[in-house]
Design a protein. Structure first.
Length: 176
């Protein structure tokens, strides 16, 4: 693989990129462990940071109401969490990551339009604050106006388009 014309090993890329895909799952573990991915370096002093992430993703009140709050045990089929809430919990996991590049695949797929815009604004704010690069793969036309750069992926090639040009594109991969 080449990045800016230079070869990059898969291991190098993996150490730089945090990928949130549509296939990501929640583990049979606490909310905290699902966000931190059992991070051995997690300290109680990090809890405020995690609560801040949950608040920015409009998820803190939901988690706070679970028996045990952030320490509540959850699983992929957890009935107390909707698909959209599980999606935001997975986003919190991505934002917690220390990797400098976030690659999010359909991060708003299970969210209504208003929540999607709020969540993407929070993700963008987090990336600006932490200096992370954000790449979003989406079919959602509703979040495109929030991005300054949008690309159309066609036949393995990326072509820059304006959000207005992307609007009429249906069933195509767009990167923002």
């Amino acid at each position: 693989m080449l990045v800016d014309g230079n070869p990059v090993l898969a291991q190098q890329l993996a150490s730089l990129v945090c990928l949130q895909s549509q296939e990501d799952i929640l583990f049979n573990a606490s909310v905290l462990e699902n966000i931190t991915l059992f991070d051995p370096h997690y300290r109680d002093s990090d809890r405020g940071r995690i609560e801040e992430l949950l608040t920015s993703l409009a998820l803190y009140p939901v988690i706070h109401q679970l028996p045990g709050g952030i320490n509540a045990l959850i699983r992929e089929s957890h009935a107390a969490l909707s698909l959209g809430q599980r999606q935001r919990l997975l986003l919190a996991r991505s934002l917690y990551s220390s990797r400098p590049i976030l690659l999010l695949d359909e991060p708003t797929a299970n969210l209504d339009n208003e929540t999607a815009r709020t969540v993407m604004a929070a993700v963008q704010q987090h990336c600006r604050k932490t200096g992370k690069t954000l790449i979003v793969v989406t079919h959602s036309q509703h979040i495109l106006p929030q991005f300054s750069q949008v690309y159309h992926l066609l036949d393995g090639e990326l072509r820059p388009v304006t959000p207005a040009e992307a609007k009429p594109m249906v069933n195509v991969e767009l990167l923002a």
